[in-house]
Design a protein around this ligand. Structure first.
Ligand code: F6P
Length: 750
């Protein structure tokens, strides 16, 4: 309607102006036509009676002739437009006239030759005085005067002006209506063409139609703008920023102003346990927590996680909230309570007996139970409801963590369609053949595609995911831009190698390296001369703990000079012990350690010290600083942050990292001694190389690794994802604006 008025009003104004200025012109034209007509009629009347009048007028004294003239005049004047007819003598006297001759009108003074037409105004209005000389070329002959009423001309010209205005109005209206109709049809065509031009081609080529040439330039302009917004920021560009808590806060303020941040993970960052009636605080051994906690400390927000501690319920408020970190709270931890059955089905069952072995190539067979799946779905729903309840805005930025929540992105998207959902998969993604054995593969993929961004540690895992989507779902994959379009939603699939805080909080209170070394050697009863290797993990079969013990055996066998001069201290936090595979892992590691110790150990020395307890970050860092070598021999690992923590702990630029080629960290830490953990002898040789590496080489390698971890720290990881999220937000705002602007009849948003 508004658009129609935009066309009609100007057209009416223009045509109104034409009518207003043109009507008087038309009126005077019409007057002139009618006047010429009246003059012609006068001549006709004159010609038809001239002879009779001449004949009768030549006998002025003849009364009979005079009466006949009067009658003739009376008859002629009966014509409705003739007012009167009169005869004037050569000396200007009115000798005969029809009855309606105006009393005050005398004979015209001017002598016509042969006739004259003059307009006179009398009391009743304008009249035309047509004077004819009865004898042509004789100005002294009597004159016949015919009076015409001109009022009818005025009447006709003014009604002609009215008709003209009405006709122009009608014309304006029809022209405007036709214009509006044509404009609408054209616009709809353009909108269709623009939308079609911007829609990525369907996999089956169903929407593959040529773009009309008139909209092609517009489409290519819009595409360019969207492409520019989409262009992945190169690492080079990103590392120009010195990434830290402050730069992350600045980025949030500038790129995602007023963004509400929510993190969701299974593992909570702070666990409260009941320790003999006392409440003890524990920081879990979790790479995920190590990575996410500094971000939440920097940005604030709400972290939704399973409250797994035995004293967790005692420390929350009525909304199940607790402000953390305990020493200086900056964000809210919202705890979710799970029953034993829920934990068994969702966490131990589907997540850790199904998805964990499915995604890690460690040759442990995944177990899929329908009852576990049902709990997995229900717990994901429970977390989705909690996230929605915690949100204060309709478009929060939700950071979902890991394989426990593959269904959560789509569930949240359903309730909060405008949310920016960033999901990070902390473990590897298998190839499509392996993934195909999962009975709920389609559901898992569709759930994850509710995310705006889906992140993996490496490009390789991204490609595996895209291949799986390609194999099992109907949707469009844009490999160049690395995104998946399912329905109306697009998910960006990108590698974001996770990292750690730099400098790490746990480093702050650490004594100098020699002091750390002294403490650790004393703690484990080791001689000052012993060379120390360390391993720090959860007791997980993916970590290759027993394999590294075998490598120690190989070292001592092939390089006996290290007997009594080398010890591996292995710290391993028991984890998921309810599961047989994990109990077996611990037993196998313990047996392996015992076997090596029995074979090579002496009364005063053991080559392997296995400490199967949880260690807090401070203790772990002291251990790292005390070590000559850190040994990371994962059989398969998404990233492995222990490797990066070891590098971060060594501000003395010493120490050797031995790193599995199957850990994501090996893609970044090229200066480590990279090993295949399945090749025990080679791993033993790497230990020997590390022990005899010259100090200078150790320093050069460590410097380069510290550079990369320092630059690509956890703020860099989060910053890149948030930058991509902000680009996605801007892009969808732009698309919304284009849609509003190009949808006919749709009201503009304020
Ligand atoms: O590697 C995946 C992961 O979630 C890590 O982020 C974390 O280190 C580990 O698993 C924690 O496992 P859980 O929470 O089951 O103890």
């Amino acid at each position: 309607m508004r658009m129609s008025l935009r066309f009609i009003l100007p057209l009416l104004l223009v045509l109104g102006a034409i009518a207003w200025s043109g009507a008087p012109l038309v009126g005077s034209l019409i007057e002139r036509w009618f006047r010429a007509d009246v003059e012609m009629r006068s001549e006709l009347v004159f010609n038809s009676i001239r002879d009779t009048v001449v004949e009768l007028a030549t006998a002025p004294g003849d009364r009979k002739a005079q009466r006949r003239i009067d009658e003739l005049f009376k008859t002629i004047a009966q014509d409705e437009r003739l007012l009167a007819v009169g005869l004037c003598s050569p000396d200007g006297k009115l000798t005969n006239q029809s009855p309606a001759w105006p009393k005050r009108l005398a004979c015209p003074k001017v002598t016509p030759a042969p006739h004259a037409f003059v307009v006179e105004a009398i009391e009743t209005g304008p009249i035309l005085v047509a004077t004819f000389s009865l004898a042509a070329n004789d100005s002294l002959s009597p004159r016949l005067v015919i009076l015409h009423d001109l009022k009818f001309i005025e009447r006709r010209s003014s009604s002609a002006e009215g008709y003209l205005a009405a006709a122009l109005g009608l014309l304006a209206l029809s022209a405007a209506t036709v214009t509006v109709l044509v404009a609408r049809i054209t616009l709809q065509g353009w909108v269709r063409a623009v939308k079609q031009g911007l829609t990525p081609p369907a996999a089956d080529g169903a929407n593959d139609q040529p773009v009309p040439p008139e909209v092609a330039p517009l489409i290519s302009n819009i595409r360019k703008i969207l492409r520019d917004m989409d262009a992945p920021r190169g690492l080079g560009e990103a590392i120009k920023v010195d990434w830290g808590p402050e730069s992350l806060r600045t980025l949030l303020r500038s790129e995602l102003p007023n963004a509400e941040i929510l993190v969701v993970s299974n593992r909570e960052p702070y666990i409260h346990n009941d320790d003999d009636g006392q409440i003890a605080l524990q920081r879990p051994a979790s790479g995920l927590v190590t990575a996410l906690e500094p971000i939440m400390r920097a940005c604030g927000g709400t972290w939704v996680a399973h409250g797994s501690g035995s004293a967790d319920r005692l420390t929350v408020d009525e909304n199940d909230h607790i402000q953390v970190p305990p020493e200086a709270p900056t964000y809210t931890l919202r705890r979710i309570w799970l029953s034993e059955e829920e934990q068994d089905g969702y966490y131990f069952g589907l997540a850790n007996e199904g998805l964990w072995p499915l995604c890690h190539i460690a040759f442990v067979r995944p177990v899929f139970r329908s009852s576990d799946w049902e709990h997995y779905v229900a717990v994901n729903r429970k977390f989705a409801d909690a996230v929605v309840a915690e949100c204060k805005t309709t478009n929060p930025t939700v950071l979902i963590q890991d394989y426990h929540f593959a269904l959560l992105p789509a569930m949240i998207r359903e309730k909060l369609p405008d949310a920016t959902i960033i999901t990070f998969w902390h473990i590897p993604w298998p190839n499509p053949e392996v993934f195909s054995i999962c009975p709920w593969k389609e559901e898992l993929l569709s759930g994850l595609l509710g995310s705006s961004i889906l992140g993996f540690h490496t490009q390789f895992h991204c490609l595996n995911f895209l291949e799986s989507v390609d194999r099992f779902l109907e949707c469009h994959i844009d490999r160049e831009r690395s995104n998946v379009r399912a329905g109306n939603a697009t998910t960006l699939v990108r590698p974001y190698p996770i990292s750690i805080e730099w400098p790490p909080l746990a480093l702050a209170g650490q004594p100098p390296v020699p002091e750390c070394r002294k403490r650790i050697l004393e703690r484990y009863g080791l001689k000052p001369s012993v060379r120390l290797a360390v391993g720090v993990e959860r007791f997980d079969y993916t970590k290759g703990i027993a394999d590294r013990f075998r490598a120690v055996g190989s070292l001592l066998e092939r390089h006996p000079e290290w007997i009594e001069r080398f010890t591996l201290v292995q710290v391993a936090a028991p984890t998921r012990s309810r599961l047989e595979a994990y109990r077996d892992t611990q037993v196998e590691a313990q047996n392996q350690a015992d076997a090596i110790n029995n074979r090579f150990g002496t009364d005063n020395w053991k080559p392997i010290i296995l400490v199967p307890t949880h260690h807090e970050p401070d203790e772990v860092f002291t251990l790292f600083r005390a070590a000559d070598i850190c040994l990371v021999s994962s059989l398969h690992d998404g990233m492995n942050l222990v490797a990066k923590e070891f590098v971060a702990a060594r501000d003395d630029e010493d120490g050797v990292l031995i790193l599995s080629t199957f850990a994501g960290a090996s893609r970044e830490l090229h200066e480590a001694l990279i090993v295949n953990p399945y090749d025990i002898q080679a791993m033993g040789e790497a230990l020997a190389d590390g022990l005899s590496m010259p100090a200078e080489q150790r320093r050069d390698r460590m410097r380069l690794m510290r550079e990369i971890v320092g630059e690509h720290n956890i703020y860099f990881w989060a910053g890149r994802m948030l930058l991509d999220a902000s680009r996605i937000r801007k892009r969808s705002n732009l698309e919304r604006q284009i849609a509003i602007a190009t949808t006919p009849g749709k009201p503009r948003q304020p």
